[in-house]
Design a protein around this ligand. Structure first.
Ligand code: C2E
Ligand code: CA
Ligand code: CA
Length: 793
């Protein structure tokens, strides 16, 4: 090393050495920036930039060498062989170009190292080629060890320079240029140190060589060329930087204009974000730089999926600066940003959409009127509860609820009142729910309840609470329709293994509850299903009974106790079913009332009975049973009026039998209806007196003409003191109110005797005549009986 230092200090003109270093630096800075450009361009443009970089580098290395050679003062005549000097220039350019090309061709680190080695060898080829062109008046000997060191160091430093240029470091260009300069200088000056010159007058410098002055001109030209190349590189660099700055600005404005959040990231950390993302995440844009993506999107699987599959949207959560979790949709796209691969991630705020979805889900699963869950939701909840009960081996109860006479409320009070009633019931039902229990509106006036874990006792308690709650509401409502509900209960696992079976069992029980008197609850029992199915068939068949002529009337005589004469007949309905045969009115009339079929049937009865009576010679009374549904139906009085007109029967011969229970359901309407009927001149009898409320105020309030004592009091009236007392009291009452009294169900002569003695006005019963086709009473209807009595008198 002493030799190198000694050579450097003793035999060089330091001013020229400094110039060599300047030229070298210009060349390396120029070529490194030009290579950078080549890296960023493609195809022919890349080849062009590579060529220019090779020229800058090669000429620079060559010029550095020869300026340094001019600075070398061996103190002997010397010169340079032209051919070899030119060859060394060509070698420098070719090796430099090859080295750069290898480093850039994308083979990764190995290509870079290889390129660096080629570049280092190029420097060596250039240096020792140049030295081969050196002619001096003396003998030259070489220190092979130093030669090897110079080449090795040149190769290593050049490889390092190219490797640094490939990094993403901010100062990579400057550092690469510095390393490359070091490679060139180290190579040259160590190489020069390896040279030993021994003056020898016998060795002559040929005349054809380049002398120092000519070489200085050539080198000066090369230096100018290097400066030009460096300037070219610099200009290109400035332009590229300006363009990328402009592009960056444009991109930022564009990104900020986007409604969606955008973030550009590199290696799992944020590089930059747009204004929307900053706003969405609650971070200041600068605070987000270098923040790991996993801090923003903690759902690691979703994040990994987004990054692994570009352009594939994924829903996840964004954690804001405040720690809030915001539902977002993210989609990634690979981009080149600032010359390096990055990932652009678009982030869409899903809060508004989620809210809308939630609202839609709510609407899809709830009833708009009452706000209760709907049938679909209830079905799903029941399935879940069943699965849980099955797993645990537990129980649960399903309740089906139905408003009593809801159709009537709608018809009479209007749909507004109907809606109010549904809402009120929904509130009542919700009011008795405990944690985990669910109520739903299945449709119309049907509701359902699910009681998880409930057995028979718990279900019974809940039903009681429910009926009480609804009754409280009913009691409070002075005006407006009274509410009543019927309830059917089914239990899991006893009454059904799945949702369908349980719901249909509860429905069957409900149907039974309604059939048995409304306002009550029934638990499902095996066999109930058959009864309900049977009832449904009857309901169905009844609808066509009138049209198919399956209905008929029988008549039962009513007699005056004093004279024993027939004063009239009660018309009683008979249904001859094609398969079932005779069906009792006691069975099918309530069903017809429930289904509404009683209206056409009742009209048929009224018309048939009146027409029949109108044909009789004797002006006897005809009594027709009228159901509550008929009485409350709009236009009933008008119907009666029309029938009277059509049949021509004297209105006073028609008596309508109405039960007390039909009246008290809606007293105001019943009274109005009765008054209209009375105005037509028809008579009204209170049927089945004693079995219902038997309210004295009803008797006074309603314009009745007659009371019919129910057969249950009449039977054994002669032997049963209680029955006798009741009958006597009713008779007394009738006298007090000036009402005619008829005793029904008289079967024995003793009963008749008792009634006669107690001055009951009229009697009816098997003893006096069973209900039969009117033909059997022809003598009576012709008036023969009357004539006989008159004749006897
Ligand atoms: P109801 O109005 O109380 O009719 C009297 C019922 O007692 C009749 O039964 C009749 O056959 C029966 N009966 C008459 N005398 C005796 C007797 O001495 N002993 C006994 N045990 N029973 C006697 P029916 O015909 O089976 O009718 C039953 C119920 O069906 C009627 O009771 C009435 O509520 C209803 N019904 C019958 N026809 C009609 C109708 O055309 N319209 C309406 N809405 N209901 C009707
Ligand atoms: Ca009757
Ligand atoms: Ca009766």
């Amino acid at each position: 090393m002493l030799r190198v230092y000694g050579c450097f200090v003793d035999r060089h003109d330091m001013l020229l050495v400094a110039l060599a270093v300047v030229v070298c630096s210009l060349a390396t800075v120029g070529s490194v920036t030009l290579v950078d450009h080549a890296r960023r361009s493609e195809g022919r443009i890349r080849a062009l930039w590579l060529g220019v970089a090779a020229m800058a580098g090669g000429v620079g290395i060559w010029a550095t060498h020869f300026i340094a050679m001019l600075a070398f003062e061996p103190g002997l005549p010397s010169g340079y062989a032209i051919g070899l000097t030119a060859c060394s220039l060509v070698a420098a350019v070719l090796f430099t170009g090859a080295g750069f090309a290898l480093a850039l061709d994308g083979r990764g680190p190995r290509g870079v190292v290889l390129g660096g080695a080629v570049l280092g060898l190029g420097i060596g080829a250039m240096h020792y080629g140049g030295m081969a062109a050196y002619r001096v008046a003396g003998r030259i000997d070489w220190d092979v060890g130093l030669v090897a060191v110079s080449v090795a160091l040149g190769v290593a430093l050049a490889a390092a320079a190219l490797a640094v240029a490939e990094t993403g470091w901010r100062c990579r260009q400057g550092l690469a240029a510095l390393l490359l300069s070091a490679a060139i200088c180290a190579h040259h000056f160590i190489g020069m140190g390896a040279v030993g010159i021994h003056p020898d007058p016998g060795v002559a410098v040929p005349a054809s060589v380049l002398d120092g002055r000519t070489l200085a001109v050539a080198v000066a030209l090369a230096g100018v060329l290097v400066v030009l190349f460096a300037l070219l590189g610099l200009a290109a660099d400035i332009r590229a930087r300006n363009r990328s700055a402009l592009e960056g600005d444009r991109m930022r404005s564009l990104a900020d204009a986007a409604v969606e959040g955008l973030l550009i990231c590199e290696g799992g950390a944020v590089a930059i974000v747009n204004a929307s993302f900053a706003e969405l995440s609650g971070f200041a844009p600068d605070d987000l730089a270098l923040v790991p993506l996993s801090r923003l999107f903690p759902e690691s699987a979703a994040l990994a999926h987004v990054l692994a599959e570009p352009d594939c949207a994924e829903e996840t959560e964004l954690v804001t600066a405040g720690g809030a979790h915001v539902p977002v949709e993210v989609i990634a796209h690979p981009i080149v940003f600032a010359g390096r691969p990055h990932t652009a991630i678009a982030v869409r705020d899903l809060r508004a959409r989620k809210l809308a979805e939630e609202r839609i889900r709510f609407l899809a699963h709830h009833d708009a009127l009452t706000g209760l869950p709907n049938r679909a939701w209830f079905g799903a909840a029941l399935d879940d509860a069943l699965a849980a009960a099955q797993r645990r081996g537990g129980t649960l109860a399903v309740l089906c609820l139905d408003l009593d006479r809801f159709k009537e409320v709608n018809d009479i009070f209007g749909h507004g009142a109907g809606d109010e009633m549904l809402k009120a019931v929904a509130r009542k039902i919700s009011g008795v729910l405990d944690g985990g229990e669910i109520a739903a509106r299945l449709g119309g006036d049907e509701f359902a309840m699910l009681l998880p874990d409930a057995g028979a006792a718990a279900a019974e308690a809940k039903v009681k609470a429910l009926l009480d709650a609804v009754a409280r509401r009913a009691a409070r409502t002075v005006s407006g329709p009274a509410i009543g509900i019927s309830v059917g209960v089914a239990l899991f696992p006893a009454d059904g293994a799945d949702a369908h079976a349980l719901l249909s069992a509860a429905d069957t029980a409900l149907y039974r509850a309604k059939a048995e008197g409304r306002g009550t609850a029934r638990f499902y029992e095996p066999g109930m299903g058959d009864a309900v199915r049977d009832r449904r068939r009857i309901e169905h068949d009844l609808r066509s009974a009138v049209a198919r002529g399956e209905l008929g009337l029988v008549y039962q005589p009513q007699m005056a106790t004093g004279t024993g004469m027939t004063v009239g007949f009660e018309a009683l309905l008979r249904w001859r079913h094609p398969e079932r045969g005779f069906v009792s009115p006691a069975l099918f009339v309530p069903i017809a009332e429930d289904s509404g079929a009683i209206l056409p049937i009742g009209e048929w009865v009224l018309r048939t009975a009146c027409a029949e009576a109108a044909s009789w010679a004797a002006p006897l009374r005809v009594a027709v049973n009228v159901s509550a549904v008929q009485l409350h139906a709009p236009g009933f009085a008008e119907l009666v009026e029309a029938v009277l007109r059509d049949t021509g029967i004297d209105p006073t011969r028609l008596e309508l039998e109405i039960t007390e229970t039909a009246l008290i359901r809606d007293i105001g309407r019943a009274l109005a209806a009765l008054r209209r009927l009375k105005a037509l001149g028809v008579k009204v009898a209170m049927d089945d007196f004693g079995t219902g409320y038997s309210s004295l105020s009803n008797l006074r309030a309603f314009p009745f003409d007659r009371i019919k004592i129910d057969g249950s009091f009449v039977q054994s009236v002669d032997t049963n003191p209680q029955a006798a007392a009741i009958v006597r009291a009713i008779l007394e009452l009738g006298r007090g109110l000036d009402l005619s009294i008829l005793a029904e169900g008289v079967e024995t002569a003793a009963e008749l005797g008792f009634l006669g003695a107690e001055l009951c006005h009229e009697v009816q019963g098997y003893l006096l005549g069973r209900p039969a086709p009117i033909a059997q009473f022809e003598a009576v209807t012709r008036g023969d009986e009357m004539e006989a009595v008159t004749a006897a008198a």
